[in-house]
Design a protein around this ligand. Structure first.
Ligand code: FMN
Length: 325
């Protein structure tokens, strides 16, 4: 079993402490596990520039490595190798630190299980060049993951999107999530070692994440020592509302129904909606089909308006000059 701890916090600070304790929990339960730890703070992980080179390259029968050369590749290789992953990130302004999202943006599009299988199916049928077997399919292997969101605030109010955003890390690669641990209150905790419950929770979080790797999905239990969320898939408490009794989980993209009984709110996400959550193959495939349809819709529209658009685009390209005229 290969285990990776990934900390986006300061070196030897709260995220490092908590994720390393989770790794100690794994080590105690599985002494044979190969454990690796990476702190990303001093690494250069640039943002996705949206060049599309990775998808184009895959559709041309080649590999889909990122064209930007920085420390991202090293971290990505470590994630690819791992079976069990513990991710810890500090909350900066309500969400995980930006470097985390930069990593997720570059990782996700290139490990989307549905999108890659879509291309490989077309390689097999000869619609796209290349051999399906050329793609290192082990990159899409099953992995288990747990997230630790670390915040300074005394209430959950100032870490409102911490665990939810961390959950995006494993969605496209269909990683099986075991816990979204909300470790806030660091401003008054001082140091995680001054709260033994926190450390015990980390050991259990680590152990369970590793154990889950050895279990079939249906036997895995969600680990929520600090309380569970309303969504039965991502276990978050965020809901998007539209003025009706229908609500959506913004993380999973699934629809639920709300009802109120006294001062209690009930939220039910039917099984058929849970089965199409964003982190399932069905959910990812909905998006692949949507994206593949863009060209057929926009191509003719753009061609039919080529001259008009070229002329209008001058407003954007010459903006600085025009605004001074
Ligand atoms: C720029 C910045 C913004 C922060 N924003 C928040 C916040 O919105 N909510 C919160 O609870 N803590 C916030 N914090 C506190 C950090 O989450 C906290 O110090 C955490 O322990 C940092 O992780 P580390 O110790 O592993 O580096 C912020 C810290 C910084 C530097």
């Amino acid at each position: 079993m290969k285990v990776l701890g990934l900390s986006f916090g300061k070196v030897n600070a709260n995220c490092d402490i908590l994720s390393k304790e989770a790794l100690y929990g794994i080590h105690a339960a599985y002494p044979q596990a190969e454990i690796r730890f990476i702190n990303t703070q001093r690494l250069t992980i640039g943002r996705c520039i949206g060049c599309g080179a990775c998808s184009t390259s895959l559709e041309r029968g080649k590999d889909n490595d990122c064209v930007i050369k920085d420390d991202f590749q090293m971290v990505e290789d470590a994630v690819r190798e791992a079976d069990v992953i513990i991710v810890a990130a500090p909350v900066y302004v309500l969400q995980p630190v930006g470097q985390f999202k930069d990593f997720v943006d570059r990782f996700s599009c290139r490990h989307d299980v549905s999108a890659i299988n879509w291309v490989l199916d077309r390689r097999r049928s000869g619609q796209l060049p290349g051999q399906a077997g050329d793609y290192p399919i082990e990159r899409l292997k099953r992995r288990t993951v747990s997230y630790i969101s670390v915040g300074g605030a005394t209430t959950a109010n100032w870490v409102s999107m911490g665990t939810a955003t961390l959950h995006l890390f494993g969605i496209s690669a269909m990683m099986k999530t075991i816990a979204n641990y909300n470790a806030y209150k660091m401003g008054i905790t001082g140091n995680p070692y001054l709260n033994q419950q926190l450390i015990d929770d980390m050991h259990e979080l680590g152990r369970r994440t590793a154990e889950a790797f050895t279990l079939p999905d249906e036997e895995i239990e969600w680990f929520a020592p600090t309380g569970d969320g309303v969504c039965p898939v991502c276990h978050q408490n965020l809901l998007a509302v539209n003025g009706t009794t229908s609500v959506e989980c913004p993380i999973c993209g699934i629809e639920g129904k709300i009802s109120i009984e006294g001062d209690k709110l009930h939220v039910v996400f039917p099984p058929e909606q849970q089965a199409r959550a964003r982190g399932t193959f069905v959910g990812l495939r909905e998006h692949t089909v949507e994206i593949q349809g863009f060209g057929a819709i926009c191509g003719p529209k753009i061609m039919a308006n080529k001259d008009f658009l070229a002329q209008r685009m001058e407003r954007v390209k010459q903006f600085e000059n025009r605004i001074r005229e």
